[in-house]
Design a protein around this ligand. Structure first.
Ligand SMILES: Cc1cc2nc3c(=O)[nH]c(=O)nc-3n(C[C@H](O)[C@H](O)[C@H](O)COP(=O)(O)OP(=O)(O)OC[C@H]3O[C@@H](n4cnc5c(N)ncnc54)[C@H](O)[C@@H]3O)c2cc1C
Ligand code: HEM
Length: 301
């Protein structure tokens, strides 16, 4: 990108702050109408609540603000990369997103979208996409090369279901191919993708691994989300309807929120509600490794 293009992108920050959510909502509607296959990967409840629009607007804004030195965003990009890789986002999909994003800028900003501004944003998006694609390709490769690892979705059988409370069930998942599974750090999550007949497409969700890493199974513990004033949770209810022997599509463990199993310093855990699941993994791992001299867990429910 040249200097005047960077200035043009930085100059859009106030507009993005004021109109970013409208733009991104328009963009999602445009993209999911023209590319309905993407409904399989986007969380429709996060669309309805505006959570995903806020996440993308925040990322685009942070990028525009730091266009002179995007390396300061590296940790944010790594966290997004973990989420993308756990959803099996492909390099080709960056073209689809880019095309809808640029056309949304043209359609929403209307006459304010000059040719120079559009060229500058196209260039900015392409550079950001290249950084993200490279980062994600590296993560896919590491996942594939890891012992027991894999790329994308892998079929797992629900081998056991344990009711932990009135609303939380643990699901023990073993690979359908009976091969090895990758180890993980306590606190990491997997994505689960399952077909929802009422919607006519799949929906993914993330679930923390709630046991210690073992080479037999993954355990997830899912709260059945009952809506009071809002609809019941789609995937958690679908999972609570599953029975032993049913199959789920599972992505490889991901995520940057974890406790180092090798560390010896005291561990302080703070959680609320079903947010206890990554802590369960940390405590189980810690108990087995007996490394830490002190663990304090504060939980609210
Ligand atoms: C890293 C990570 C780890 C996680 N780990 C766990 C875990 O270990 N265990 C666990 O149980 N969960 C966990 N979650 C949450 C999980 O991913 C799901 O978000 C959760 O199960 C709810 O999904 P759902 O499909 O049942 O509900 P959704 O259908 O996604 O609905 C979510 C909420 O939005 C509301 N909603 C839906 N539609 C609308 C609308 N139109 N307007 C307003 N509100 C609406 C619903 O009532 C519900 O309360 C984790 C999430 C992340 C990101
Ligand atoms: C430069 C381009 C992109 C940016 C800046 C971006 C940014 C983000 C951010 C900030 C999040 C939230 C991360 C989190 O919750 O931890 C996210 C999630 C996500 N992204 Fe991207 N993304 C980009 C490209 C793509 C592409 C090409 C796809 C594929 C279609 C995609 C699909 C998703 C999905 C499905 C989620 C999870 C949504 C949810 O759970 O609601 N993204 N992205």
């Amino acid at each position: 990108m040249n200097t005047s293009q960077k200035e043009l992108v930085k100059g859009t920050v106030p507009v993005l702050k004021a109109k970013g959510n409208d733009l991104i909502s328009y963009f999602y509607q445009r993209m999911l109408t023209n590319n309905p296959e993407l409904k399989d990967v986007f969380n429709i409840a996060n669309q309805a609540s505006g959570k995903q629009q806020n996440a993308l607007t925040g990322a685009v804004l942070a990028y525009a603000e730091n266009i002179d030195d995007p390396t300061v965003l590296i940790n944010t990009l790594k966290a997004i990369g973990n989420k993308h890789v756990s959803l099996n986002i492909a390099a080709e999909q960056y073209d689809i997103v880019g095309n809808h994003l640029i056309n949304s800028i043209i359609e929403v900003l209307d006459t304010a979208a000059t040719t120079e501004l559009i060229e500058a944003w196209t260039c900015a998006y392409t550079e950001l996409a290249q950084i993200m694609i490279r980062n994600e390709a590296d993560m896919y490769q590491k996942n594939s090369l890891k012992k027991g690892g894999w790329k994308g979705w892998r079929s797992f059988v629900i081998s056991k279901i344990v009711a932990e409370s009135g609303e939380i069930n643990s699901f023990y998942l073993t690979p359908e191919d009976n091969k090895e599974i990758a180890d993980f750090f306590p606190g990491q999550y997997v994505s689960i993708s399952t077909f929802i007949p009422e919607l006519g497409h799949k929906q993914p969700r993330q679930y923390s691994l709630s046991s210690n890493s073992n080479n037999e199974y993954y355990r997830i513990s899912v709260k059945k989300e009952i809506g009071q004033t809002t609809p019941d949770g789609i995937v958690s209810n679908a999972l609570h309807d599953k029975i032993v022997g049913d199959l789920l599509q599972v992505s490889a463990p991901a995520g940057l929120f974890y406790a180092d199993p090798e560390a010896k310093n005291p561990l302080v855990l703070v959680s609320g509600g079903v947010g206890l699941t990554p802590m369960m993994s940390m405590v189980e791992t810690n108990k087995n490794a007996l490394q830490r001299n002190q663990t304090v867990w504060i939980h609210s429910c």
